[in-house]
Design a protein around this ligand. Structure first.
Ligand SMILES: Nc1nc2c(ncn2[C@@H]2O[C@H](COP(=O)(O)OP(=O)(O)OP(=O)(O)O)[C@@H](O)[C@H]2O)c(=O)[nH]1
Ligand SMILES: [Mg+2]
Length: 196
């Protein structure tokens, strides 16, 4: 599916902003490629800052997307977890912020849960899946950085992730654009309330 983006812009930080439009959130470990995927889906090079230094994104940042022929929505860039140099108190803060955001949020429709295609599903991903199982929001497992693997390796790693998660991941690359159309389809289905 080709979605045309009329405008994309930073719209503020949760919990001060974000009410009233459907939200599509991007969650996952630090450095997994959340900000890069948002930029790629939005068709913008630098809507969101990406970084070689993990742990850059600390707040829940909202970006408003105005689409052609579709209603507007927010993309939500969640802070990453699992970065070793972050102190215990900061990671406790992270847990509180993430669970405050994910639960009791009637605007949240779908969460893209990103996992590096070369890694296994870990405790952070399971925590997010657990939190979301008690909410109406959908979860899509997204395998990132597929360009780092050969085609046959991708399939092998994706089926391993599928076994661990109980659902097949969408194989993506923000670098090559692989899988972005599938993610847009999932987003539009979730916003329309249709079954995937
Ligand atoms: N090869 C490749 N590199 C990628 C891809 N997506 C992201 N990267 C790189 O991975 C690094 C981290 O990407 P970010 O998008 O900043 O990751 P993030 O999940 O937002 O990280 P935090 O904000 O720290 O949680 C950057 O150096 C990106 O260029 C991809 O699809 N392919
Ligand atoms: Mg980021």
């Amino acid at each position: 599916m080709r979605v045309k983006i009329r405008n994309a812009a930073f719209a503020g930080v949760f919990p001060h902003q974000g009410k009233g439009l459907p939200q599509v959130a991007f969650a996952g470990r630090s450095n997994v490629g959340k900000s890069s995927l948002i930029n790629a889906l939005a068709g913008r090079k630098s809507l969101v800052r990406t970084s070689k230094v993990p742990g850059k994104t600390r707040a829940v940042n909202l970006f408003r997307l105005d689409l052609v022929d579709l209603p507007p929505l927010f993309f939500v860039d969640l802070p990453g977890y699992g970065y070793a140099k972050v102190s215990r108190s900061v990671s406790a803060q992270w847990g509180e912020l993430i669970s405050a955001y994910l639960t009791d949020n009637t605007d949240l429709r779908i969460v893209m849960l990103l996992v590096d295609i070369r890694r296994d599903l870990g405790a952070g991903e399971r925590m997010i899946m657990d939190l979301l199982s008690a909410t109406p929001a959908r979860v899509v497992l997204v395998a990132t950085k597929a360009d780092k693997l050969s085609y046959s390796q991708r399939l092998a790693h994706a089926s391993r992730l599928a076994r661990q998660a109980g659902a097949a991941p969408v194989i993506t690359s923000a670098s090559t654009g692989d899988g972005l159309d599938v993610l847009w389809e999932r987003i539009i289905e979730a916003l329309a309330g249709r079954q995937a």
